[in-house]
Design a protein around this ligand. Structure first.
Ligand code: HEM
Length: 534
């Protein structure tokens, strides 16, 4: 009778201790094999039928109440699910439920593409109850672009997109206006303070706001205009308190907590300042409307209203005001935050900064940059792409509403969950809100090697050309960022000009803090930077 011995150490004839665990005959072994195969098969079939019994099964719901104090009280970080790659903790799709609103958080690039691009017809609306109060009052009558639903959204978005393109978004004829703003910014905020620490993030948004302003109204505001400064400060408060305030809207009693933990009061105050201000601008443009000289967004909007071309009366004064506010909100803080990250990364990585400057010196010398130069400045462009990835500017994008119940494709689930035998279907309920966890996608270690490191070369083929690498920083599908062309243009022109003229560094002894402070945008923590003439 042949005996088979089972030992503790694989590949050894005996354990170190020489302990024999058990002995089995060949017949025993066949029986054991049969038992194992039977167990595996029955588990497989059991799991299939048991998961079928529960079909369709939705994503797990993460209890949010336990985290509520953190969400409401945290000064800097209020959206805890969006600050990290939540997939590791909760999976590719999970639900957070707050005040009766189900929010489905998606942490997979493939599922985002599947829902927002392939099934855009059922996922491209937004609910107004997830918006901050600043807008909600106006939006009850005038939806603007951000929070509008089909078919109104389509009309307003198409109008905004075509008008901004006429104004030069992504095109060379906008360049002089952006360059004018860059020089004004340098003259006012940098040159007088060369060699001294300055707070970039507080001032750079005035420059990006002015680019927007020149497209919307046809003129920029002076950096000493106190009304403009006050308006921008309130505007910024409303953006920063937006996520907290939106949460509080779903838990009404939270607004009555002492102080302003929920941001509702700040948001309300900001609304009281910003809304009348934009409506004043609308009135001023209306009073001076010249059909033979329609060169700004707002004039074209008001002229369209007079013509009543839409037949649905969408082109109202209220919508003129709120779309204007949407464009400021979307186009100001996002781009200025990306620029602030770019400068911080340059300070934190002096070697990268030197490479950017060498490239600019070789290609441009002292010539002023043109947007078309991006094709011959691949390293600088790679720095911008890496900034958009690692800086994670819009950490949760904007919520979408799912119009119909939707079961995520089983093959896709198998692929993203890397499960081969049992796949638990995930059915998302109609009416839920879909949110993207950008951190899971932009910092995905399976796609980006060492995702937490700033490595522009990941976007390059050698040092020569840009690699095609997936990105989601501007969203995807019908509702993707409307201003991507403008943002890319501003980032390229601002960063190249700054790097051409200045060396940037942190004050001696300051260690760069590369953790973001997350609200609707993910911004660097407060820091000061020293610009030195090169
Ligand atoms: C670095 C800068 C920017 C980033 C990272 C960014 C990112 C995004 C993201 C992620 C969304 C949401 C997409 C979705 O709902 O799925 C969005 C929407 C939007 N963005 Fe941007 N954005 C930037 C700059 C701009 C600029 C400069 C403008 C101004 C023209 C702009 C206008 C908009 C508008 C109007 C929407 C709403 C679109 C809609 O609801 O149809 N963005 N952006």
């Amino acid at each position: 009778m042949t005996s088979y011995m089972f030992f503790l150490h694989r590949g050894k004839k005996e354990t170190k201790m020489g302990t024999v665990i058990t002995t089995l005959s060949s017949q025993d072994l066949s029986t054991l094999g049969l038992v194992i195969v039977t167990l595996i098969l029955s588990y497989y079939f059991y799991a299939r039928t048991s998961s079928k019994q529960h079909y369709p099964r939705g994503p797990p719901t993460i209890p949010i109440l336990g985290n509520l104090p953190q969400l409401l009280m945290a000064k800097d970080t209020n959206m805890i699910y969006f600050l990290e790659d939540s997939r590791k903790k909760y999976g590719n799709v999970f639900t957070i439920e707050l005040g009766g609103v189900k929010r489905v958080v998606i942490c997979s690039y493939e599922i985002v593409q599947e829902l927002f691009s392939k099934h855009a017809n059922i996922s491209s609306n937004r609910k107004t109850d997830s918006m901050p109060e600043t807008y909600s009052k106006l939006a009850e009558v005038t939806p603007g672009i951000f929070w509008a639903k089909y078919p109104h959204w389509k009309t307003l978005r198409s109008f905004a997109l075509s008008t901004l393109r006429e104004e030069g978004m992504g095109k060379s004829h906008l360049e002089p206006r952006i360059m004018h703003e860059i020089h004004a910014y340098i003259d006012h905020f940098i040159t007088p303070h060369v060699g001294q620490p300055i707070n970039l993030s507080d001032s750079i948004m005035l420059a990006t706001a002015n680019v927007m302003s020149s497209m919307i109204h046809g003129h920029r505001k002076d950096y000493t205009d106190t009304n403009f400064l006050y308006w921008m400060r309130q505007f910024r408060i409303s953006i920063k308190s937006a996520t907290k305030a939106a949460i509080a809207r779903n838990i009404p009693f939270a607004a009555y907590f002492p102080g302003d933990f929920t941001g509702v009061k700040a948001d309300r105050k900001a609304g009281e300042v910003t809304i009348p201000e934009v409506m004043k601008e609308v009135e001023a443009h209306k009073a001076n409307l010249d059909p033979n000289n329609l060169v700004t967004y707002i004039d074209k909007f008001l002229y369209h209203a007079q013509e009543k071309k839409d037949g649905e009366n969408l082109f109202t004064d209220g919508n003129a005001g709120i779309t204007m506010l949407n464009l400021y909100a979307a186009g100001t803080e996002t781009t200025s935050t990306a620029l602030t990250w770019a400068i911080l990364y340059m300070c934190a990585h002096p070697d990268v900064q030197v490479k950017v400057q060498e490239e600019i010196d070789n290609v441009l010398g002292t010539n002023e940059v043109r947007y078309q130069d991006r094709f011959t400045l691949p390293y600088t462009e790679a720095v911008i792409l890496e900034t958009l990835r690692l800086g994670n500017i819009a950490p949760m994008a904007l919520p979408h509403t799912l119009e119909e119940e939707y079961t995520i494709d089983v093959l896709l689930l198998k692929a993203v969950q890397k499960i081969h035998l049992i796949v638990i279907l995930q059915t998302l309920p109609a009416g839920c809100e879909l949110m993207i966890n950008m951190a899971s996608i932009l910092w995905d270690e399976e796609v980006f090697e060492e995702p937490n490191k700033f490595k522009p070369e990941r976007y390059l083929n050698g040092d020569v050309t840009l690699k095609k690498t997936r990105t989601l920083a501007f969203g995807t599908g019908r509702r993707a960022c409307l201003g991507e062309g403008l943002a890319r243009m501003e980032l390229s022109l601002f960063l190249t000009t700054f790097m051409q003229r200045f060396k940037v560094s942190l004050p001696t002894g300051h260690i760069p803090n590369l953790n973001g402070v997350c609200s609707i945008v993910n911004a660097p923590a407060k820091f000061t930077v020293i610009f030195t003439e090169r």
